[in-house]
Design a protein around this ligand. Structure first.
Ligand code: ATP
Length: 453
């Protein structure tokens, strides 16, 4: 259950996201478009770091996974075969009093009577199915024949391209195809900031295997995915594995786990890990009339592979990273007086900016030139930020608030003015401990690289 303190924490997070340029409401100057968000200068960096790291561990660091990048606009027949045209819907209820629409499971119940969560009204319509897909037309003729959809998940293009990917990669089972990309769902009630959006990104892996390996690989991928979240700074105790019950599970799935995170607004799904059997490939083979079989050269058998799918949300994970990182502590100001410090404790590999670089004074040519040299030295290897304005303490605070794990200060010692031995050394300050160490500029790149890898 979330408490008023959690709600207040969430409010602060949303406000910080806007103030510091992580996430803005989409089309804000026109009043906003509900359920759509734009990522600002820092949000885009955080999101890229997450996607790049997922790609690295899922594709580059494995021999058994290849990548792809499919089109967003999807042929109607693809989504008919997958079951989305017929069944990708939520039960929707309207409140006749305030005219709001809700998903059936969002109604509140008092003394056994369902009520509108908006106005408390009890005059509600019956539930009817509302398809979540966005429909559009491809080409000049806007008729039945030109209907296409914005994909509601990235997975289907992976299935449809299974044969091509298999042939070009010459992989043997088990092997996977990974994709990161946009997905669209016309959610009845977008809510909880970016958690439930109408346009979002997914990181999906379809891991193809033999039928007898399915259940074991489901366990394997659940564990791999938990390790992934820990490796980006989400602690194991805040993650929960929910076994999706027989009633809730898709009829073709033999086992599904939801990996959930304790958001300030409650425990909610970050990712689904599902054993989808051979359902998708079988459906597409049937509907397209094209073989999607795998030929086993050893046993000479032909069969449709089964698949285990870890499907994660980029935006939900970004939100979890921000919620997990947000904290307030006490730290001394310039004069040694304690003040509240807002810090985002991002794991260094996720942090948007890796290192802040400051000359002690902005009106000293030697200091400024040296600091800019350090910027040029580090820039090809990591995203750094140069800041010369304000007292050093304030510059540290600004970086703490956006989660920059390291700051480097160029001072008079760097110029060799106090002690020749300290020439070309800088102070390296660490965000969480606020500890400072003296380090040679020539050692800086190596020292930072291992910490942000
Ligand atoms: P939910 O039950 O929360 O609607 P789902 O079970 O329908 O999610 P999946 O179809 O399994 O979600 O999609 C895989 C992942 O895609 C989810 O775990 C989530 O991270 C992400 N995702 C799905 N819908 C949304 C959305 N509306 N906004 C943001 N991310 C989403």
């Amino acid at each position: 259950m979330s408490t008023p303190a959690d709600a207040q924490r969430m409010e602060k997070i949303v406000s910080l996201c806007k103030r510091r340029g992580f996430i803005f409401q989409s089309s804000e100057i026109y009043g906003g478009l509900n359920g759509l968000w734009d990522y600002g200068p820092l949000g885009v960096e955080l999101k890229r770091n997450l996607k790049n790291y997922w790609w690295r561990v899922t594709v580059h660091e494995r021999d058994d996974v290849v990548g792809m990048d499919g089109a967003i606009l999807t042929h109607r027949e693809v989504l008919k075969a997958s079951g989305h045209v017929e069944g990708f819907s939520d039960p929707m209820i309207d409140c006749r009093t305030c005219k709001a629409h809700f998903r059936f499971d969002q109604l509140i119940e008092k003394k056994g009577v369902k009520q509108c969560p908006n106005c408390g009204g009890k005059d509600l319509t019956d539930a009817r199915q509302f398809n979540l897909m966005f429909e559009t037309h491809v080409g000049a003729a806007a008729d039945e024949s030109s209907i296409a959809y914005l994909r509601p998940e990235t997975a289907q293009s992976i299935f449809v391209q299974f044969k091509n990917s298999l042939e070009v990669s010459r992989k043997k089972l088990p092997f996977g195809i990974a994709q990161i990309g946009k997905a669209f769902r016309n959610e009845i009630n977008p809510r909880n900031f970016t958690f439930r959006s109408r346009e979002f990104e997914q990181m999906e892996l379809e891991y193809f295997c033999r039928a007898e390996e399915g259940m074991k690989l489901l366990e394997y991928w659940k564990e791999e995915r938990l390790k992934f979240y820990e490796s980006i700074g989400i602690p194991r105790e805040k993650l929960h594995v929910k076994t999706v019950s027989d009633e809730e599970r898709a009829f073709y799935s033999k086992g599904t786990y939801d990996i959930e995170y304790d958001f300030p607004f409650g425990r909610q799904e970050l990712e689904g890990v599902a054993y989808r059997t051979d359902y998708d490939l079988s459906q597409h083979q049937k509907a397209s009339g094209k073989s999607l079989e795998y030929f086993d050269e050893v046993t000479k058998q032909r069969f449709i592979p089964h698949v285990v799918e870890p499907s994660a949300g980029v935006d939900r994970t970004v939100l979890a990273l921000i919620c997990e990182a947000y904290s307030e502590d006490q730290a001394p100001d310039e004069k040694g007086k304690m003040e509240t410090r807002v810090v985002l404790h991002f794991h260094p590999r996720m942090a948007p900016i890796k290192c802040g670089i400051f000359p002690l004074l902005k009106n000293n040519e030697g200091l400024v030139a040296k600091a800019k040299e350090v910027v040029d030295h580090l820039r090809p290897h990591m995203f750094v930020f140069y800041d010369e304005s304000g007292a050093i303490g304030r510059r540290y605070r600004r970086q703490d608030e956006i989660g920059t794990p390291f700051c480097v200060t160029v001072d008079f010692e760097t110029l060799g003015e106090k002690d020749e031995k300290l020439r070309d050394t800088v102070t390296l300050r660490e965000r969480d401990s606020m500890k400072q160490e003296r380090i040679a500029i020539s050692d800086l790149l190596a020292a930072l690289s291992v910490r942000i890898a």
